[in-house]
Write a protein that binds this ligand. Structure first.
Ligand code: ADP
Ligand code: MG
Length: 316
């Protein structure tokens, strides 16, 4: 049976608004709650492929780089992405294994370290847009020197967040593990944090200073595994028009053309909801199937299309 690609938001696993949302305990608890529902859905016979984000988590690793650079050498951003794949992937697979075992189900659950190729000439390398890590308060941006390709961006009044390049994913490099696991009916957690970004240089793949948006990579993953549905779970109830204003209203079910028009009109910010909406549109256009964007807290209802925003093919 063809699978559903489920994308778990990094911000939904760890809140960037509140440092207590960043503790390991908080994230483990969020993963445990989510995994219990996903295991229930797998127990019902549905096959899932899981991808997760890492915005808060990778941002925190960069803070450690910044603060400790006089003590231990700073490590490249793509290493930090790999580290978040490992930790979040480990917690997710551990929780899923436990929840599946509790339901008497024995299938392989495998976290796949996945590199994703981006284009070295992608304009995103000169224009950082992806917000990562904690939002900090202050009249001026924090006094922390950033690499040339990173910047501080205003995240509301007197609030700042680091932005990094977020190039378009071109190709999933490490497809072998994904195929091996799905071929035997296993559950794979792949392309975490959008994938470890690499670029081709002199015929070799080398790490890149970027964080790919996992929603965009989710489309490549969905294509790879021939998914029948893409479900993007985040920390809001779906896609809203006039978000954050008193006219805000969440969309329930929207055709792909109508959603395309909202996207072009700039409704969805930059570096967050716009990536989800683009991914949903691309998936629906590619497959004619539907995509959903909703709240991680409502994971089952969103997967079943009873909560969140559905993007569906245009009527014939
Ligand atoms: P994730 O970690 O799940 O990818 P993001 O922060 O990237 O989370 O995206 C979700 C965020 O998008 C929401 O918390 C919300 O602040 C923001 N957002 C921007 N525009 C909209 C919109 N039009 N409707 C809903 N959410 C929006
Ligand atoms: Mg995001």
């Amino acid at each position: 049976m063809s699978s559903i690609v489920v994308a778990l938001g990094g911000n939904a696993l760890a809140s960037s608004e509140d440092p207590s949302g960043y503790t390991a305990e908080h994230q483990i608890a969020q993963i445990a709650r989510t995994s219990a529902v996903l295991a229930e859905i797998i127990a019902g016979g549905q096959s899932l492929v899981i991808i997760h984000g890492n915005g808060p988590q990778v941002g925190n690793l960069l803070v450690k780089n910044d603060l400790a650079r006089d003590v231990v050498p700073a490590v490249p951003l793509y290493w930090c992405v790999a580290q978040t794949q490992a930790t979040i992937g480990m917690e997710l697979t551990a929780a899923l294994k436990r929840e599946l075992a509790a339901r008497g189900i024995s299938v392989p659950v495998v976290p796949a370290l996945t590199r994703v190729r981006v284009d070295a000439t992608d304009a995103a390398f000169d224009n950082p847009t992806k917000p990562i890590g904690l939002v900090v308060s202050g009249d001026t941006p924090p006094d922390i020197p950033l690499p040339d390709t990173h910047a501080w961006r205003a995240a509301g009044r007197m609030r700042w967040q680091r932005v990094v390049p977020s190039p378009r994913p071109v190709e999933i490099v490490d497809t072998d593990t994904i195929a091996m696991v799905t071929d035997v009916g296993g559950i794979v957690v792949a392309c975490g944090g959008g994938g470890i970004p690499v670029v081709e240089r002199d015929g070799e793949l080398v790490g890149a200073d970027a964080v790919i948006d996992k929603d965009r990579t989710a489309v490549l993953l969905a294509k790879l595994v021939k998914a029948r549905r893409l479900v993007i779970l985040t920390d809001v109830d779906g896609v809203a028009l006039d978000f954050g204003t008193d006219k805000q209203r969440f969309l329930d079910r929207v055709s792909v053309s109508e959603m395309g028009r909202y996207l072009e009109s700039g409704q969805f910010g930059s570096g967050s909801m716009d990536a989800k909406v683009s991914a949903a549109i691309e998936f629906v256009r590619l497959t004619g199937e539907s995509a959903a964007i909703g709240n991680l807290k409502q994971v089952r209802r969103v997967i079943e299309g009873r909560s969140g925003t559905s993007v569906v093919a245009d009527p014939a």
